[in-house]
Design a protein around this ligand. Structure first.
Ligand code: ADP
Length: 251
């Protein structure tokens, strides 16, 4: 949300956005599961071509330092990290306030409610979300990739967590803001859901909305997340199909 260049319109007279999308249209999303050999689970997402996100999961595994162990359940640790080359101006490497906050909300808010952590006492499950390229919406892309990587690692879950944002630009509620829309728009509302449980696991808001606009944005973001959920299921199926074909080929 910043001062916009004079004359810049985010929605044109035909109702099209600057990247050609309609108001309720998602950016194209590609997902692949099991992309890293040395992680227990992994996933890669391209969201709108310009967001490139990798998620890796390790565990359940022994905890170091040991005093962090919980006798009744696994602990979940999440690190959201932006690569220095992920944005136009080189980003200073390492954690900053924003990435620490995002790591925290992704862990406690978005992912933890989905996992059956009590099945693995005294262990840790580590989730690494690496933003290789950023174009707004990296936290929802990160949550979506992390949840796929957790499923790929075989961690028992109540449901996959799927995420998407909606927001307000030029006075209109729209789905899935890109970078210009996020910069020059009025508000952004990222949402994560567990569709089977009809549960919202993360809900944030940046900017200003009336109560009615807020509810409209949340409803729209949930719709978007449900579409993302279908793509997650397809990506997982694709992986198992590949394995099945390999097994058949070896017989
Ligand atoms: P999200 O990526 O979840 O939408 P934000 O709303 O905080 O999170 O950020 C929006 C976008 O702003 C990011 O996707 C990225 O493109 C850009 N951005 C965030 N942090 C930086 C940074 N330190 N330097 C340059 N661009 C950044």
């Amino acid at each position: 949300m910043m001062g916009r260049p004079e004359g810049l319109k985010l929605i044109d007279e035909n109702g099209k956005r600057i990247d050609g999308r309609k108001k309720y249209e998602l950016r194209p999303i590609k997902m692949e599961v099991g992309v890293l050999k040395n992680a227990d689970g992994s996933a890669y997402i391209e969201w709108g071509g310009k967001n490139k996100v990798l998620a890796a999961v390790y565990g359940p595994r022994e905890i170091h330092p040991k005093h962090l162990q919980r006798p009744d359940r696994a602990i979940l640790r999440v690190r959201y990290n932006m690569a220095p080359f992920s944005v136009e101006e080189r980003k200073k490497p390492g954690p900053d306030r924003r990435s620490v906050e995002i790591s925290k909300v992704i862990r406690g808010g978005a992912l933890e409610p989905a996992l059956l952590l009590h099945m693995f006492p005294r262990t840790a499950i580590d989730v690494f979300i690496e933003i290789l390229q950023a174009d707004a919406g990296t936290r929802v892309a990160g949550i979506t990739a992390a949840s796929l990587a957790l499923a790929d690692a075989g961690i028992p879950m109540k449901d996959l967590v799927a995420a998407c944002a909606a927001g307000k630009i030029d006075g209109e509620i729209v789905l899935d803001l890109n970078k210009e829309e996020d910069n020059y728009g009025e508000a952004d509302v990222p949402v994560a859901i567990m569709p089977l449980k009809n549960d919202i696991t993360l809900l944030q808001m940046d900017g200003y909305l009336t109560k009615e606009e807020f509810l409209e944005a949340v409803r729209l973001a949930i719709k978007g997340a449900k579409a993302v959920y279908q793509k997650q299921r397809e990506a997982l199926k694709e992986k198992y199909l590949k394995i099945a074909q390999e097994v058949e080929g070896n017989e």
